[in-house]
Design a protein around this ligand. Sequence first.
Ligand code: ZN
Length: 140
Amino acid sequence: MRFSKGRVFLLRAPEGENLVNFVNELAKKKNIIVGSVSAIGSLRNPKIGYFEEKKGQYKVIELKGTYELVSLMGNISIKDGEPFAHIHVALGDSEGRLWGGHLIEGEVFVAEVFVQELLGEILERKPQENGLSLWDEEPL
Ligand code: ZN
């Protein structure tokens, strides 16, 4: 699929918000159908997921306390007819050790969010037999 760059958003998410909801709401309000997301900052009590392939579901890891949002990477595409943000994070604890996974939720202490809208085609997630909702595979 080919896309061209659209609008760019750079903003600070409000303290106390669930960062996943914030990105999803931003995409809906600004009508961002496809895009990429990145962020840095700090999250409280983040929940991250590890997808267990054999079970076909996420194991949920609940972290307690405040973690550095060392890196957040994700994308926006359509799922169930609405913009949907798929987000992965690297989170640093007070010893500088990293935790990582699929971001389920995390309360913002600080979050500086960058979103690049991509224009072109509609990219849509569809439920798969493996339990995930994915884009169609695309041979080169
Ligand atoms: Zn994921």
